[in-house]
Design a protein around this ligand. Sequence first.
Ligand code: NZQ
Ligand code: ZN
Length: 384
Amino acid sequence: MYNFEYKNPVKILFGKESISKLAGEIPQNATILMTYGGGSIKRTGVYDQVMAALKGCNITEFGGIEANPHYETCMKAVQVVKEKKADFLLAVGGGSVLDATKFIAAAALFENGDPWDILAAGAQVEQALPLGAVLTLPATGSEMNGNSVITRAERQEKKAFGSPLVMPQFSVLDPECVFTLPDRQVANGVVDAFVHVMEQYLTYNVNSPLQDRLAESILTTLVEEGPKVLAERKNYDAAANFMWCATMALNGMIAVGVPQDWSTHIIGHELTAFHGIDHGRTLAIVLPGVMHIKRENKKDKILQYGERIWDIKDGDADERVDAIIARTVEFFESLGVPCTLPEYDVPETTIDKIVERFKQSEAKFGEKQDMDYLEIEQILRNRL
Ligand code: NZQ
Ligand code: ZN
């Protein structure tokens, strides 16, 4: 196992009616900017619950944050923060609203030039406004980490940054929020959480059986509970288990002491940037290609995953790897998530654009930092 340092200060308020506890988490004299998305919170009743919990507080609202949040929208919110002198941000929504709010928190206090540099040039975040979250969609893990992914629409660029300074002070997780999710968002969330685990697990062995089993327990639970949530949206226990799986998948716990991949996400972000495909769906497309091309690097872990999650034990190693990839695809498809590019009408020219971008960047990816643009091209062509 590798050396590591781990600190996660996010307070989680989990369970039914937990939104009512909000007021106790925000300083009483705070000037709050509440951020939200396209309006689902008004239809679902979450908005009313938040307003009831924060009755008497000084709140300004900023709605309209889109899925795959735009830099341009975030910068409008930064203006509002400055005008209203907001000193606490409350994100109410899915991963997009949380990510946008993290960027707003950092950009509002950024003094070293253009805030886009935080995303595009790795500019250091030295301060950020405090923020809290009410999560309405289990998927990203954003509620318990310091990551944020923002899109610059005009340039078709989707970029990430991370800083402990934008970890929420608290996140409210009420599983009843799952009850109003459309099938597509449930399926996206299950796949996203599943692939977060895979990025931190499906690498190579460093003798870390606890991290392996933690990862496998999240995968198994998602395989069991995901279909239940899809079939029965108001099954509270299934919703609660799904929600906690998504948080545990990306709060840093299973990442400690082990190698990490993230190539599926890096390639997936380009499919969203150029073709607008939902984040979770991009992962379902790319992961099978990564498993196929990196079957040697990842062989031991793929075989372990296949045996422990899918009970695949027969055949020689190559046959088993093929069967394991097929079983993974079958699981995603069973949730209603297609796994090939033609099913999303992605033209070959989009592959060319993505490959060209990776070629220009000269960066390498994967747990061994050995995946270049030529392999990325093979991965994408494998998904045609
Ligand atoms: O915008 P509203 O009207 O709120 O509707 C949303 C949106 O249309 C809707 N929704 C959310 N909660 C709902 C609901 N509808 C009914 N009932 C509810 N309870 O769902 C739609 C999708 O929401 P979004 O926030 O975009 O989805 P998700 O949580 O999957 O977030 C995706 C974003 O997170 C990033 C992705 O790249 C993408 O931009 N990620 C963030 C990560 C992180 N911070 O650690 C890691 C991930 O890998 C990911 O990259
Ligand atoms: Zn993800």
